[in-house]
Design a protein around this ligand. Structure first.
Ligand SMILES: [Zn+2]
Length: 70
């Protein structure tokens, strides 16, 4: 059991391997504007593929576009 998660002063650290985004999050960038960037890489913009998915080459996180409308 080695759960060394450093939550420090960051409420929304990048811990999710797959992040669901909505059209409101487009254009997609990683880290997302509302995410803590203290321990993250420089913000980059990502292009979604035909399936509405994108993978950040820096943190290997996968983004999946949700087309559900609330
Ligand atoms: Zn990233």
């Amino acid at each position: 059991m080695s759960t060394t998660v450093n939550e420090a002063h960051c409420h929304t650290g990048i811990t999710e391997p797959v992040k669901t985004i909505t059209p409101a999050d487009l254009p997609l960038c990683c880290p997302l504007p509302d995410e803590c960037v203290v321990d993250a890489h420089p913000r980059v913009y990502l292009a979604l593929d035909a399936q509405g998915r994108a993978r950040c080459q820096y943190c290997s996180r996968e983004f999946v576009l949700s087309t559900e409308t609330a």
